[in-house]
Design a protein around this ligand. Structure first.
Ligand code: 3H9
Length: 693
């Protein structure tokens, strides 16, 4: 008894042994934890004075999974399976005592214990799918033996965390024990087991739940069909399903072998590498080298929002969701009423899906104060301007705010492209000015670009990042340039897409290539959705671009039933002969030779131009690190997470290949196109974006 190693210890409470893991931050199953657990389990099993063993963790959580930082490195003994065999095959009961999260390998260890107890706040899950993996330590074989095939399919393919109460109802947890009394309750549970002479319950020996699904292919077929859209492009969900099929069809050990084989295939593939990279990228993105964690922040008790349009309303909902009161200012009463009406309607829609009750809706709406007077913003701690994208208007608003809003408050703009340094010249406190670029619909989209201007103070940055986290967003801190990170890269892609229209490709050819690559839609479908008339002024139109001509013909996108595409009543898109004619005429006028452009070329030109723009953004230090660019594109533009973002994708293609292809395309890329010196340098050095320090 005593310390087994630096992270695992064994103690005794009478005839009950307590095997504890203490490996912050999340007690992941590192080599040291595995070694400690194996040794501890063996010692406890061999000790004749011990009648049962409680496995418990220190700190904020039970074991949260395998140690992801070890993935991709040579395996270090002992394996997790050895640990599990020692526990499951022990001659006395092991009881997992769960608090925090029992995830992945952590739950798989708990599933090898003979019993599981948990506090009500605990959660259990097999989130490997989110890392492009499947549970590779028996999870796909043991879980369905307890919870049944349907729930197991749902858990392994969604990766969701199931709360202790549901886990108890499903049989995954044997007993719920009081919060704060986990260890004592687990010991009491163990003593009762022994007193009652209950047998060692080995999950691997259970069969009735999996037998119930044997021969029923339709269960799996229906599940695949129902989730086809959600799983599109991802390998891991399908592999998880196959592993559960093996649990149903095969004896336990054969099922384990199938699971192992599928796990290794995923682990060595590009998709999982991408998804593991994104896991760490999502955590890195919060770290700002020159704004340390202990930077003072500004308490935000009230938020002011200027503009009650789609953007302003969506932004406001974020704050109402976390209980922060909002003062919403508009110039006209009817616009204000309309804006608040839309917010209420959006909330009411959530009552239909059961997410909110009507009482919740009322509570949120009570947080709103509407006003036509900017003066009402005086006592706000943060004001976000979401007015028309026009520099003069924005500067005028900021000038007024400067005179009204109390000192120390944050003055934020939701501009998606304008120069925030210039906006900041309108105030005498430029250190208070920052960009908070929400993406539409702002109450739904997870991304927030926090834009740091030249004079923005560190507390203003720290507060904005902290707020983003509280709002449940993922925020990337970026610098000022036209379009910031996300839209600037989008423009680079649009330039190629538009150029290819002139060379002979149709919008649907380009959209298909992008869709098949894994994005939810291509550039032209996206324009139709957003509306082609953004920034279009009917009085000034001169048929000078394809887009202008489409607008002139009242083809302004989905909302008018036609844009690049024709739309039916259900808004299904069809290639449009009208658009095709307009494009052909434009191309003829431009004199560009027409040809068939392969899907391969479409993709390379669109994607490699994006990568090149990303490299320029890094050169100019507009983004802190390549992975921040990936976070922006995954969360703001639907870049498929299994391809890890444009910069990670570039690494998988090889930067030398990217440069070589850009050189091949040469003048086709446009007269202003230049290959980024940073990209060239990395390619010449045989490096990846991931190697940048
Ligand atoms: C698996 O188990 C495979 C097996 O089936 C088969 C094996 C053969 N490893 O998220 P946080 C770090 S796959 C290494 O900010 P929270 C994280 O990077 C695994 N490190 O905290 C961060 O580091 P830093 C299945 C990990 O309280 C710090 O811990 N399990 C791991 O918001 C704090 O993390 C999962 O996928 C790990 N497994 O959330 C669970 N987990 O401070 C993954 C975290 O340097 N983890 N770190 O940035 C989570 O979902 C969340 O971390 C958790 C806590 C909910 C546990």
């Amino acid at each position: 008894m005593g310390a087994i190693n630096a992270v695992v210890s064994l103690a005794a409470d009478g005839d009950i042994a307590i095997l504890s893991v203490n490996s912050p931050p999340v007690n992941a199953l590192s080599q040291q934890v595995r070694a400690g657990l194996l040794e501890g389990a063996r010692q406890a099993d061999a000790d004749k004075t011990v009648k049962a063993v409680v496995l418990i963790c220190d700190g904020k959580t039970f074991i949260a999974g395998a140690d992801i930082t070890e993935f991709g490195k040579p395996p270090a003994a002992p394996s997790l399976v050895e640990v599990q065999d020692a526990i499951e095959g022990a001659s006395k009961p092991f009881i997992a005592a769960i608090h925090g999260t029992a995830l992945g390998g952590g739950l798989e260890v708990a599933l090898c214990c003979h019993y599981r107890v948990a506090v009500p706040s605990a959660k259990c899950g097999l989130p490997e799918v989110n890392l492009g993996l499947l549970p590779g330590a028996g999870g796909t074989q043991r879980l369905p033996r307890i919870v049944g095939v349907e729930q197991a399919l749902d858990m392994v393919t969604s990766g969701k965390h199931v709360d202790a109460k549901s886990a108890h109802a499903a049989g995954l947890v044997d007993e719920l024990v009081p919060e704060g009394a986990l260890q004592a309750s687990a010991i009491a549970f163990a003593r009762k087991l022994i007193a009652d002479g209950r047998p060692l319950k080995r999950v691997r020996d259970l069969d009735d739940k999996v037998a119930a699904a044997r021969g029923k292919r339709e269960v799996f077929d229906a599940f695949r069909k129902a989730n086809a859209k959600k799983f599109r492009g991802f390998l891991a969900p399908e592999y998880n399903i196959r592993a559960i099929e093996a649990a149903v069809d095969k004896p336990f050990d054969d099922g384990l072998a199938t699971e192992r084989k599928l796990f290794i295939e995923l682990m060595t593939g590009t998709q999982s590498a991408a998804q593991r990279y994104v896991f760490f990228a999502e955590r890195q993105v919060w770290k700002v080298p020159d704004v340390p964690d202990d930077t003072p922040t500004i308490p935000v008790h009230r938020v002011g929002i200027i503009g009650a349009g789609t953007m302003g309303g969506g932004i406001a909902m974020n704050f109402a969701n976390i209980g922060v009161p909002i003062t919403m200012v508009e110039t006209k009463q009817d616009a204000l009423d309309r804006g608040l009406g839309v917010v209420r309607k959006n909330y009411e829609r959530s009552t239909k899906s059961g997410k909110l009750t009507m009482a919740d809706v009322d509570k949120r709406m009570q947080l709103f104060t509407g006003s036509l007077d900017l003066g009402q913003l005086a006592d706000c701690d943060l004001v976000i301007e979401a007015v028309f994208e026009n520099m003069d208007i924005k500067k005028d608003v900021f000038g007024k705010l400067d005179r009204i809003v109390k000192p120390g408050a944050i003055l934020a703009t939701n501009t998606s492209a304008l120069d925030i340094n210039e906006i900041a010249t309108a105030v005498k406190r430029p250190e208070a000015v920052i960009g908070m670029h929400f993406f539409s619909p702002a109450n739904v989209m997870r991304l927030l670009e926090v834009v740091r201007a030249k004079a923005t103070s560190k507390p203003v940055i720290a507060t904005s990042m902290q707020l983003a986290k509280k709002l449940g967003k993922i925020a990337a801190l970026v610098g000022v340039c036209p379009g910031f990170v996300g839209n600037r890269i989008l423009y680079a892609r649009s330039a190629q897409a538009n150029a290819m229209l002139m060379e002979g490709a149709m919008p649907w050819d380009i959209d298909k290539a992008i869709y098949d690559f894994g994005l939810p839609m291509g550039p032209f479908a996206m324009s139709d959705l957003a509306g082609l008339d953004i920034g279009w002024i009917p009085e000034k139109t001169s048929s000078s671009t394809i887009r202008e001509v489409l607008c002139e013909q009242d083809r302004r996108g989905q909302k008018t039933g036609a844009g690049f595409y024709d739309y039916d009543e259900q808004r299904n898109a069809k290639p449009s002969p009208v658009t095709e004619k307009i494009i052909r005429e434009f191309a003829a006028k431009s004199g560009a030779p027409q040809r068939t452009i392969s899907e391969h070329e479409i993709l390379e030109r669109c994607l490699f131009a994006q990568i090149n723009e990303g490299a320029k953004i890094l050169e100019e230090k507009i983004a802190i690190r390549p992975s921040d660019i990936d976070i922006v594109w995954i969360n703001g533009y639907g870049w498929p997470v299994y391809r890890g973002g444009p910069m990670f994708y570039a690494d998988t293609v090889g930067l030398a290949n990217v440069v070589a292809k850009l050189e091949d395309y040469g003048p086709k890329l446009g007269k202003n196109f230049a290959i980024s010196p940073l990209l060239r340098q990395l390619a010449a050095d045989g490096k990846r974006f991931q190697d940048m320090k």
